[in-house]
Design a protein around this ligand. Structure first.
Ligand SMILES: *Cc1c(COP(=O)(O)O)cnc(C)c1O
Length: 366
């Protein structure tokens, strides 16, 4: 007998655990014969997509017999003019998720190192593991990225590091001063990826402006997504801003039609819908305030969040409470894969969804 299929897989793949996504609504309905299910698990925009994006998506549907523009000309141009940077500094991804993997595939050899944080978005680790490189994980400080620890962990072999700002699943951020100190302390010949998936929700005044670093020619990659405040998670589209030399390398391996014709059109419209963004960020702040207040009344500890979700400490009962919520048709995100077994991550929902969650928690499980 020859090798099994498992043995035929790359050694990196044999060690892989698949990503655990938030449970889809229909899956819970099927599994538990429930008709009324809400999902507060995947940091989607509870208030829906921009109406302008919807209209634009509908209009372009007539053209889906055609391949999309592989370079996403109009969308990249729209993004570049918004940030007042050259179009050559923009590239698109099938979600930011794809861009994380493309950066890893483009740069990492098995002898390279990456530096990531404990409790950081897990896709950075997975990207490193896929490439078989060495992964250095530094501890957090108060559930926040510790850039001082990052700087200490960097060696001559470090090629990439990933900073989620703000971070998922903790919701915490690093400020402008910390980033500035970090950027001036690291070797010039490495690339720092700043994942800013939640940037539009941030209200902190000392949040850094990474575009300035890009304008100064720093070797950074800024990742943005249309999946969160723009409400287009199902269309899969995100973008990277980076020096042209980095974009050129990513584009060499980027699948030519990685973003769909519908996603490109909808994203263009969504980026222009400032009214929708303002509305969603306001509703998010109100929902956050309400939930924080209710969690505290229940004696639960929360982590200060700059995002559209909140990390709540339930202690050893977290897994049981998650089960109870599922049986009541409420999906939240348990975090054993993040080493945060005592916590649940809860996405801010519509006001009635938030109230339903609070009612369920008050129903004797807290
Ligand atoms: C949600 C999220 C993303 C992006 O997701 P896509 O849907 O793939 O664009 C990226 N980084 C973090 C930290 C996220 O939470």
């Amino acid at each position: 007998m020859g090798k099994t299929i498992y043995q035929m897989a790359r050694k990196e793949v044999r060690g892989f655990k698949p990503y655990q996504a938030g449970k889809p609504i229909d899956e819970l309905k099927r599994q538990r014969h429930l008709s009324d299910v809400i999902k507060l698990a995947s940091n989607e925009n509870a208030f829906g997509p921009s109406p302008l994006a919807l209209k634009s998506a509908q209009k372009i549907l007539r053209q889906i017999n055609r391949y999309p523009d592989p370079g996403g000309y109009y969308l990249c141009k729209r993004i570049a003019s918004h940030w007042r940077i050259p179009k050559s500094q923009v590239t698109l991804g099938n979600g930011t998720d794809e861009l994380i993997e493309l950066v890893a595939k483009a740069f990492l050899n098995p002898e390279d190192e990456i530096v990531i944080s404990q409790h950081a978005f897990i896709r950075y680790r997975m990207a490193g593991e896929l490439m078989g490189c060495k992964i250095k994980e530094v501890p957090m400080r108060s559930l926040t990225h510790d850039l001082g620890a990052f700087a200490k962990a960097i060696t001559k072999r470090t090629k990439l590091c990933f900073v989620a700002n703000p971070n998922n699943p903790t919701g915490t951020y690093v400020n402008a001063r910390e980033v500035s100190r970090f950027m001036s302390s690291i070797p010039k010949d490495m690339v720092v990826v700043f994942d800013e998936a939640y940037t539009e929700y941030v209200t902190a005044k000392d949040y850094p402006n990474m575009i300035e670093y890009l304008r100064h020619g720093k070797r950074i990659v800024i990742l943005r997504t249309l999946s969160k405040i723009y409400g287009l998670a199902g269309l899969r589209i995100g973008y990277a801003l980076a020096p042209s030399s980095i974009v050129e390398i990513i584009d060499r391996i980027r699948p030519p039609f990685n973003t769909s014709i519908v996603a490109q059109a909808a994203a263009c419209a969504a980026l222009d819908d400032y009214a929708h963004i303002r509305k969603c960020s306001k509703l998010n702040r109100q929902g956050m305030k309400y939930l924080e207040g209710e969690f505290h009344k229940l004696g639960l500890e929360t982590v200060p969040s700059q995002c559209n979700f909140i990390l709540v400490k339930f202690g050893p009962r977290a897994a049981r409470i998650n089960e109870e919520l599922l049986s009541r048709g409420i999906i939240v995100r348990p975090l054993p894969d993040y080493g945060l077994d005592e916590y649940l991550r809860i996405t801010i929902g519509k006001p009635e969804e938030n109230r339903r969650l609070v009612r369920a928690l008050k129903g004797g499980y807290c």
